[in-house]
Design a protein around this ligand. Structure first.
Ligand code: NAD
Ligand code: TYD
Length: 354
């Protein structure tokens, strides 16, 4: 069995669905079900005996230790995290708690469990930590993309907490020999993406007739990766990655935020035109910039491509078309997640814009 943490969130739930669809080992899925975790994402698995869901915290050492032993876990894939930069600016403490203390606890419990295994099982065990391109800081337009050897220069409380967790993972290999792997990926998009992040937020607001808030001048650049491509990359690293290595994962799709929002508007104009016949672009509103806003992220994914043979299957155009179609077909999902705590957040963050 494998233990997936954060498997009710955006990427984690896509990963679990993708893993079980591929007929791989059973999964124990541990998730705290914060505002970002949603069991509806896992609805298709409700009768699947190869999926065990447990609500719990990665910082709970008793729980983690008992899970590892009880289910004879052969790999841990750690997605659990606080993941939203804007929230980390408003309140960093949860980020320190889950991303740093939580990862530390997961490593310690894994190390203790791993030390009790037979030599063969020890060799087969893997701890895969899912991290982000944001640990490398911000690039200028003309800079080469981040490689695995770039210096860590995190700029937000979120990226600093992820950077700290990456360092802990590295130390648990070098000090204790725990067989770890780290992946650093670029911005994901696709189904089950919580509508606090740019792409689902813009789709949601457009359809609700609300403004489409663009921070600053909208010229910041992100490298967009379709979530299923990311899930495949993680499977590939887990299967074939060299112990102790880090792998950059990117979509080769560098776009400015304004380009992303225009793409969404064009797709919606074609698939779900506004009643008045005008373009959704009319709803674009430029709002105050994010403090410390990173200008550009770009990933050089040549290591995973040449060493492990992974490359993304989706282009930005095909991935965005699938994403917009998914949100149009699953409006109930968005309705269900955009109540309660979500509304409180939107009112705080977009006081003047939405
Ligand atoms: P998400 O916020 O959608 O999901 C995170 C999940 O973790 C939620 O289900 C939440 O309930 C759970 N969780 C939070 N704290 C927990 C705790 N203490 N114990 C157990 N579960 C807890 O995030 P995501 O976008 O799916 O990101 C998954 C991972 O990938 C994160 O580690 C993130 O840093 C990383 N990442 C994400 C992106 C992206 O574009 N979304 C890009 C690079 C890296
Ligand atoms: P986001 O989806 O929050 O991901 P990240 O900050 O991890 O890259 O934001 C993507 C980009 O979109 C980022 O440059 C901030 C910008 N953005 C907006 O312009 N408006 C918004 O309402 C949001 C949520 C993000």
């Amino acid at each position: 069995m494998i233990l997936v943490t954060g498997g009710a969130g955006f990427i984690g739930s896509n990963f679990v669905l993708n893993w079980l669809r591929a007929g791989l080992e059973p999964v124990v899925n541990l998730d705290k079900l914060t505002y970002a975790g949603n069991l509806e994402n896992l609805h298709a698995l409700k009768d699947n005996k190869n999926h065990i869901f447990l609500r719990g915290d990665i910082a709970d050492s008793e729980l983690i230790s008992s899970l590892l032993t009880k289910h004879n876990i052969r790999a841990v894939v750690n997605f659990a995290a606080e993941s939203h930069v804007d929230r980390s600016i408003h309140g960093p403490s949860e980020f320190i708690q889950t991303n740093i203390i939580g990862t530390f606890n997961l490593l310690e419990c894994s190390r203790k469990y791993w030390s009790t295994l037979s030599e063969q099982a020890k060799q087969n065990f893997r701890f895969l930590h899912v991290s982000t391109d944001e640990v490398f800081g911000s690039l200028n337009k003309e800079d080469p993309a981040f490689t695995e050897n770039n210096r860590y220069e995190p700029n937000s409380p979120y990226s600093a907490s992820k950077a700290a967790s990456d360092h802990l993972v590295r130390a648990w290999l070098h000090t204790y020999g725990l067989p770890v792997l780290t992946t650093n990926c670029s911005n994901n998009y696709g189904p089950y993406h919580f509508p606090e992040k740019l792409i689902p937020l813009v789709i949601h607001n457009a359809l609700k007739g609300k403004s489409l808030p663009i921070y600053g001048d909208g010229q910041q650049i992100r490298d967009w990766l379709y979530v299923t491509d990311h899930c495949e990359a993680i499977r590939c690293v887990l299967d074939k990655g060299r112990i102790g290595e880090t792998y950059n994962i990117g979509g080769c799709n560098e776009k400015t935020n304004l380009e992303v929002v225009h793409t969404i508007c064009n797709l919606l104009d074609a698939q779900k035109p506004r009643a008045d016949g005008h373009s959704y672009k009319e709803q674009i509103t430029f709002v105050a910039d994010r403090p410390g806003h990173d200008k550009r992220y770009a990933m050089d994914a040549s290591k995973i491509q040449t060493e492990l043979g992974w490359r993304p299957a989706e282009t930005f155009e095909s991935g965005m078309a699938k994403t917009v179609a998914w949100y149009l077909d699953n409006s109930q999902w968005t309705e269900n997640v955009t109540s309660g705590a979500y509304l409180e957040w939107v009112n705080k963050q977009y006081i003047h814009a939405v």
